[in-house]
Design a protein around this ligand. Structure first.
Ligand SMILES: Cc1cc2nc3c(=O)[nH]c(=O)nc-3n(C[C@H](O)[C@H](O)[C@H](O)COP(=O)(O)O)c2cc1C
Length: 275
């Protein structure tokens, strides 16, 4: 899966990654409030351009507002449900009780998930290992995995106080998988080699999600799937350096935002994108 990437994962980038092996993509995060306020930038994030499979990532902690948004929402081709963001580490978002501040609020999360389900939509939940080391030590994230019933979880194996350069703690996955009671767990964070995917699968995860590695090489999905024998027959993988032209062609055909194009072209071909 291609991760949500604010300022990068627009429709053009998502489609490029889908063409090269990502099976599901995610929009960048948006507050439900911003949809209700008809914020142009947020509405653009969920504007359908083609049929690439996508979940819309939302930040929410309020059932009434979420219900109002869902009542108005009209699904489109490629729409595969919603992803609740319980992972954003931004201080502003946390102050509002959203993002990673929601990890410890399993009852609230469960209500939001049920509400989305009640509207007939698939829903996934992306969590971190809590707000800080203290929450991580107390394993509050396990309450969420054990008490909420989405279609799948994504676990970014870090707490919100950790820098993007710090390593993930993959040792948490076996316990996460057990707590999730058969609901699939997708691993996220620092995954870019077949060996890493293999070791995560041995811990019981059902799939992986990649963000920064895909910014540097949108064909990393097929690259890993070929190496692991998941593509039968193996698919042709272009060089990362050639994907700039493919992006430009896609941009011309489905339309995009020049700022996103500029950022993508600056980063593609670099081994590991730095945030
Ligand atoms: C530029 C950038 C923007 C991001 N924006 C979001 C976002 O909108 N929503 C979200 O859940 N995570 C966001 N993240 C986190 C990624 O989805 C992902 O969890 C994180 O980068 C770890 O995965 P990786 O090591 O494969 O990049 C962002 C990360 C980066 C680098």
């Amino acid at each position: 899966m291609l991760a949500s990437l604010e300022r990068y994962s627009d429709s053009v980038f998502r489609t490029l990654c889908y063409r090269h092996g990502a099976e599901l993509t995610f929009t960048e995060m948006a507050h439900v409030n911003s949809f209700l306020n008809n914020n142009k930038g947020s509405l653009q994030k969920i504007e359908p351009k083609d049929s690439t499979p996508v979940q819309i990532q939302i930040l929410s902690s309020n059932e009434a507002k979420l219900d109002r948004f869902l009542t108005r929402f009209r699904p489109f081709k490629g729409f595969r449900g919603f992803n609740l963001n319980l992972s954003c580490p931004s201080k502003d978002v946390i102050r509002q009780g959203k993002g990673a501040a929601m990890v410890k609020r399993a009852t609230k999360t469960s209500k939001l998930v049920k509400l989305i389900r009640g509207h007939g939509y698939t829903v996934s939940v992306k969590i971190r290992l809590g707000l800080n080391q203290h929450e991580k030590n107390n394993k509050l994230y396990l309450n969420n995995l054990g008490g909420v019933d989405p279609d799948f979880f994504v676990v970014h194996a870090k707490h919100a106080g950790q820098a993007s350069s710090e390593p993930e703690d993959d040792s948490v996955y076996p316990e996460c998988v057990e707590a999730a009671r058969g609901i699939p767990v997708i691993a996220n964070g620092g995954i870019e080699t077949p060996e890493k995917v293999q070791s995560l699968m041995e811990m019981g995860v059902s799939g992986v999600m990649m963000g920064r590695p895909a910014m540097g090489n949108p064909a990393i999905f097929d690259l890993l799937k070929n190496e692991m024998g998941f593509n039968d027959p193996p698919r042709q993988v272009p060089r990362a350096a050639d994907l700039g032209q493919e992006y430009k062609d896609l941009f011309d055909s489905i339309g995009g935002d020049e700022k996103y194009k500029f950022r993508f072209l600056k980063i593609v071909g670099r081994r590991r994108a730095i945030y």
